[in-house]
Design a protein around this ligand. Structure first.
Ligand code: HEM
Length: 429
């Protein structure tokens, strides 16, 4: 198997992922070559192909010309001009979540933040008003998929790997459940906007001017053909929920845990947010400390702890020789917690980001190059606003029934269980 600790403690070596030999390259210069300067020499590799039954041909799993076309199509929905509307949705959803809390109540933070992130992604990006049934289906499916990815990556090729084990049956059912929930959302959007709207880029209501992915994907191209058929729209939607929902909710979960462990950070943050207002939290200029806290949390608890690639041609770097077809894996989390790069790497120190010598090039929680996270701005806006709303009115304290170690074998670096008691903050904290 392939536990987090194995991949994060090594810098450059060859390991086996199941039966597959994989080069682990945990060095910023190598990562930079693979992701940025020589990116056309690599594709996402066999490890990611194993995720195809879930991600389909969505952006995360695509390469080359297909990827370039898709990225161009989706990019307008992530334009910074929509940040204020993402912030409004996040603020309303987080306020509704917090309004239901009572002092002394114990909340399951992993589940709550997952629901929050799902609602925010669906409302801000699709845009769709999710029903409770949709949220329940998504919440049921996501953890099963997260747990199932790595065992799936490690399965042997051929018939043996295709045998229906109880785990693989659960995984397939969860994938179907998620796809079904998203098909419903897409169908209801199409019904409300049928017949196909003019090409969404030019459309007024519901077009790119108002933001959202469905207006971009469900419009019609010149000639009247749909921009994408339903199953491709669904693949993009599943990708956004998996890539965008779980990562952001995980980041918020770790943030709440770290603030409980560091009350001095929480107090300073509360003072800054009190002065700036939670609606201003999304901007670095108005809330610089908050943004350093977010960065430090992404360094310490990088949700996408492992990235994969495959060499399309022979590759050489220093002592590393790789043949075409070699599978590569590297861990941003390993680089972010390497003491040669970040002194006292396991200490939460948001102020390190104000120092001139902090190695910014080695910091890649959102990846780098052509596949760099399309949702970076969205994620930072969402976490900044959600955290501000929570911190403005509540303190959360980790209970003894929690297990805040990162779950083993999860494709996203998430705490196993985080149960926290909600309390009103003292008047002057
Ligand atoms: C804290 C939150 C997030 C983190 C840490 C994160 C991290 C990443 C990373 C590391 C990659 C690059 C993967 C690779 O190179 O193999 C990536 C790609 C991607 N992310 Fe995010 N992400 C976050 C939030 C989001 C959000 C909110 C969305 C959308 C709603 C999103 C959608 C995507 C997509 C579609 C890709 C594929 C991009 C491409 O290949 O062109 N992510 N993300």
């Amino acid at each position: 198997m392939l536990p987090v600790s194995t991949c994060t403690s090594i810098r450059r070596t060859l390991i086996r992922a199941g039966t597959l030999p994989v080069h682990v390259l945990n060095a910023p210069a190598l990562a930079h070559r693979v992701l940025v300067t020589e990116a056309d020499g690599f594709d996402k590799g066999r490890l990611l192909q194993r995720a195809r039954p879930v991600l389909g041909r969505g952006l995360f799993a695509s390469d080359g010309d297909d990827h370039r076309r898709q990225r161009r199509l989706l990019q307008p929905a992530f334009h910074h001009q929509f940040a204020a509307s993402w912030a409004r949705v996040t603020e309303a959803e987080t306020a509704a979540m917090c309004a239901a809390w009572r002092p002394g109540q114990v909340v399951d933070v992993v589940t709550l933040t997952r629901t929050l992130a799902t609602r925010v992604v669906l409302r801000a990006l699709f845009p769709a008003e999710p029903s409770d049934r949709t949220i329940a289906r998504v919440n049921h499916a996501l953890p099963i998929l997260l747990r199932g990815f790595i065992p799936r990556l490690l399965r042997p090729d051929g018939l043996v790997g295709r045998l229906p084990t109880p785990g693989s049956v659960r995984f397939e059912r969860a994938a179907q459940e998620l796809r079904g929930a998203l098909h419903e959302i897409i169908a209801s959007y199409r019904n409300a906007h049928a017949p196909y709207a003019p090409h969404a880029q030019d459309a007024g209501a519901g077009g790119a001017g108002e933001g959202g992915l469905l207006p971009l994907l469900c419009g019609s191209a010149p000639g009247g053909r749909p921009v994408l058929p339903d199953d491709r729209v669904r693949d993009e939607a599943v990708t956004m929920l998996l890539a965008g929902g779980e990562t952001t909710s995980t980041s918020l979960t770790w943030l709440l845990h770290e603030l409980d462990r560091h009350p001095e950070v929480r107090s300073r943050l509360r003072r800054e947010i009190g002065a700036a207002g939670s609606d201003a939290a999304a901007t670095r200029e108005r809330a610089p400390y908050l943004h350093d806290v977010l960065k430090e949390n992404l360094r310490l608890h990088t949700p996408t702890w492992v990235l994969t690639r495959r060499a399309r041609r022979p590759f050489q770097h220093g002592g590393v020789q790789m043949a075409a077809g070699a599978e590569i894996l590297f861990s941003p989390l390993a680089m972010h917690t390497d003491s040669r790069l970040y002194p006292r790497p396991h200490v939460c120190d948001p102020d390190r980001w104000t120092r001139a010598d902090v190695p910014r090039d080695a910091f890649m929680p959102f990846g780098a190059g052509v596949h760099k996270c399309i949702g970076e701005g969205f994620a930072l806006t969402e976490t900044a606003v959600a955290l501000s709303v929570i911190v403005s009115s509540w303190d959360l304290a980790t209970t003894g029934r929690s297990d805040p170690r990162a779950g083993k074998h999860l494709v996203i670096h998430q705490p196993r269980r985080l149960l926290m008691t909600v309390m009103r903050p003292p008047r002057r904290s």
